[in-house]
Design a protein around this ligand. Structure first.
Ligand code: UDP
Length: 237
């Protein structure tokens, strides 16, 4: 492949909440729908994915209810691995070739996280799913998405949201007058304390010049469109 026909490389962040459809666990109908949308774009774009785990556990929430924070965060990370395996299965059913890499070693279910190997997979047209977050408590999968995107030299981080279609100047669920923002700098989003992604992820992207697009998973077709470069939602950068 020459430099001229080098494909765009994107890092897609999917929230765990989307996988559960608002319930604990994985909803196979929802995950297969998401997988079909991703597979449709896989011939044109190199796709790496970070999946959240909010449909299983969030460490901060469990620690508020009495658990040790570090242990609770590891439970959250293990939840992301289950989501990664579910997504891998439905992506393969949709005809895509995939690999899961885990930040916590578990050789029977996933490759270890090896960034150079991940890049080779992407070059060969495989979709790479990064599970187990960063393998570190006190991190979120938004931050991992930013870090992985930087390390594998992705062109953009695409943050897929459910229930909201971009970044707003206030919370659209509580303020009906909140206005959607089409484009904003990372710095301004941080200054205004806008909430669509966490501040650690935002500052990592800001410090390293990584653009981020936040968009809604609905209506159907949006995930494919965003992967293929549609200018939907909010661009940070
Ligand atoms: N987590 C962690 N370190 C990481 C990534 C995730 O400790 O590097 C834990 C943390 O407890 C988090 C949970 O895994 O709450 C699930 O991830 P996240 O909340 O980011 O998932 P999402 O909200 O995107 O579904």
């Amino acid at each position: 492949m020459t430099t001229a026909d080098k494909r765009r490389r994107v890092l897609l962040k999917l929230s765990g909440e989307a996988f559960g459809g608002g319930q604990l666990g994985v909803n196979p109908d929802i995950v297969s729908g998401i997988a079909r949308e991703i597979a449709q774009a896989a011939t044109d774009v190199e796709i790496a994915i970070v999946v959240g785990g909010g449909n299983f556990f969030r460490g901060a929430e469990l620690s508020q209810r009495g658990m040790d924070r570090g242990r609770a965060d590891y439970m959250g990370m293990l939840g992301t691995v289950m989501n990664s395996l579910a997504l891998q299965d439905f992506l393969e059913q949709a005809g895509a070739e995939t690999r899961v890499q885990s930040a916590i070693e578990m050789m029977q279910v996933a490759e270890p996280y090896i960034p150079l190997r991940a890049e080779r997979h992407l070059e060969k047209g495989r979709i790479v799913i990064f599970g187990a977050g960063a393998g570190l408590p006190y991190f979120s999968t938004d931050t991992v998405a930013a870090q992985r995107a930087l390390e594998i030299t992705a062109d953009v981080v695409l943050v897929a949201k459910n229930g909201v279609d971009g970044m707003y100047d206030d919370d659209p669920r509580t303020n009906p007058d909140a206005r959607k923002i089409d484009q904003i700098s990372h710095q301004e989003a941080l200054k205004q304390n806008l909430k669509a992604v966490d501040s650690t992820a935002l500052s990592l992207c800001m410090d390293n010049g990584m653009p981020m697009r936040i968009f809604g998973m609905e209506p159907a077709g949006n995930v494919t469109a965003a992967l293929l470069g549609a200018e939907i939602g909010t661009l940070l950068g």
